[in-house]
Design a protein around this ligand. Sequence first.
Ligand code: SAM
Length: 367
Amino acid sequence: MVPSVTTVPIDLLAPPRWLRAAPSAGVRPGTLPDFGGQRLVDSFGRAIEDLRISVTDRCNFRCTYCMPEEGMTWLASDRLLTFEEIGRLSRIAVALGIRELRLTGGEPTLRPGLPDLVRDLAQIEGTSSLSLTTNGFLLKKLAGPLAEAGLTRVNVSLDTLNHEKFHQITRRPALDQVLAGLAELEKHPSIRPIKVNALGIRGFSEDDIVELAQWGRRTGYVVRWIEFMPLDADGNWERERVLTGPEIRAIVERDLMPLVPIHAEASSTSQRFRFADGIGEIGFINPVSEPFCATCNRIRLTADGQLRTCLFSIDEWDLRTPLRSGATDRELADLFIEAVAHKEKKHQINEGDQFQRASRSMSQIGG
Ligand code: SAM
């Protein structure tokens, strides 16, 4: 499916009214609960150290491989975890061995008061990274407050530098705002490296490969290509549309220059390369063609407080209900431990008929 151009009134780019309401900012001290050194380790021996936290299911873009143009049902605001609830669950998770916290969505920057949440999470001792995945549209305004609040890394999702294609993909004429957001980010050296995640679709993205690579080399941004996964709300994913990392790499090496592997941490989802002339880095995240489930160290918390142990999970662990019914930190920790004990061995995208679509789409999970 090649996305079609649609004209969107510019006011649709503004956050919806309810999202402009005052946030419930929770500020708690940096101390962690004590669970006697217990750690999150799943039944395959994988230590879980990365928690992705979705702060909203809403988005101001409508990327064709992620959401339909119309018709998404949004979570009611009272089902969203408050900042205080996110802070408490994060502290419990860090006490159980989580080292990396990443905020995502939907579009996380739509959540009012996001810097307040970042400020709170930045106080938690024992984390090595506090990061954000965003479409970049609101970064011009938010990069400064987020950096000041203690954010250490940002990934901006951007698939093309061509205005018309950007509009086709996102259904929003907003490339210039995203580029302005990236430029703003550059002014804040505490947030490095700046990573740009691009999603490749066969028959559509090939022309963007060299242009994005050259741009990354000029700007210092680390461009990383991600394979299209069957997580689109429309259910239009087809294997033939997946432009694989190895294919993209071959195009870079054919049309630009050879790539030299960079040693990456075992849990890294990205295969990292530097360009042979030493200028710039590029990465490939290949969950379809080269699954990395064996080293997956992630779990995800949805905006409505459900814990997911795999992007493709069918089942979720409800943390919101106990959280709001007076559960102790110990009881919530036990739920984390129980969920992780049931973490799926691997996704089944490559298992033919055995594959079952996830119970939510990417924007509802928190990508
Ligand atoms: N709105 C934020 C953003 O744009 O980065 C965060 C949420 S978005 C769902 C996170 C990432 O998921 C984006 O980089 C997007 O390209 C990716 N994504 C969305 N649908 C996908 C799919 N079907 N397969 C692979 N990645 C997908």
